[in-house]
Design a protein around this ligand. Structure first.
Ligand SMILES: CC(C)(COP(=O)(O)OP(=O)(O)OC[C@H]1O[C@@H](n2cnc3c(N)ncnc32)[C@H](O)[C@@H]1OP(=O)(O)O)[C@@H](O)C(=O)NCCC(=O)NCCS
Length: 192
């Protein structure tokens, strides 16, 4: 189902755009100067769910600034988009769009991993946060992480976590994330 956005564009969202409006930003523990919010991210900017048409608005090129994406065809993108849309309660792929250029300039994802433990609760993971080079330093990374973190509580996660490199620990601390001294992040990589 297509929905109209503030910029007049109609597109298919990955999750219900109304969910973003439910974020209680007054609960944010981060500082903003000047103040911005999910509803008012800045001049000519909107925050919204990823849309099907973002294949043509630079979404994958933006992700390339985070890590290797590969040459995804439109069909591959559409298939993955639809998979996530079909699990819309578990994936919240969120973007910032510059409405002047119609380009996606920032993104962050909340993944809700459902569990049996903690009374059949869920754990949130903030993933794939990136802000386009020319837009960095305008609090947009902060806004994306903050929004996905606050959203995790709203959608019923009993905790939320993320992985990051050492230099970004301070950045993530401002949202209330704590480095657990007795926890280690372990992984095996099968391919890049
Ligand atoms: C990390 C990233 C998302 C931050 O986005 P941004 O919009 O530039 O960040 P903000 O303007 O919201 O910055 C907020 C604060 O974080 C700090 N910060 C931002 N990026 C940082 C970095 N790479 N290392 C250390 N501190 C950083 C800023 O100095 C700023 O601090 P201040 O408020 O005390 O001045 C952006 O640099 C980016 O996309 N990097 C490449 C992808 C990446 O590393 N993603 C995170 C993966 S864990």
């Amino acid at each position: 189902m297509s929905v109209p956005f503030e910029n007049g564009v109609e597109d298919v969202p990955q999750y219900d755009p109304e969910i973003l409006k439910q974020i209680d930003f007054s609960k944010s523990v981060a500082q903003y100067d000047p103040p911005i919010s999910p509803e008012h991210p800045g001049e000519n900017l909107i925050m919204r769910p990823l849309c099907l048409g973002d294949y043509d608005r630079g979404f994958l090129q933006l992700l390339e600034q985070l890590t290797r994406v590969g040459d995804l065809t439109r069909e591959q993108y559409t298939a993955r988009f639809n998979q996530m849309k079909n699990c819309a309660d578990n994936y919240y792929v969120t973007v910032l769009e510059d409405t002047e250029t119609n380009q996606v300039i920032g993104t962050g994802t909340l993944v809700k991993e459902i569990k049996f433990i903690h009374d059949a609760s869920a754990r949130g993971r903030v993933e794939d946060v990136v802000v386009s080079n020319q837009y960095r330093g305008k609090q947009l990374g902060k806004l994306l992480v903050d929004s996905m973190t606050l959203l995790s509580e709203k959608v019923g996660c009993y905790k939320v976590s993320l992985e990051c490199r050492d230099p970004l620990v301070k950045f993530y601390s401002q949202f209330g994330f704590i480095r657990e001294s007795n926890q280690n992040y372990m992984m095996q990589k099968w391919w890049n």
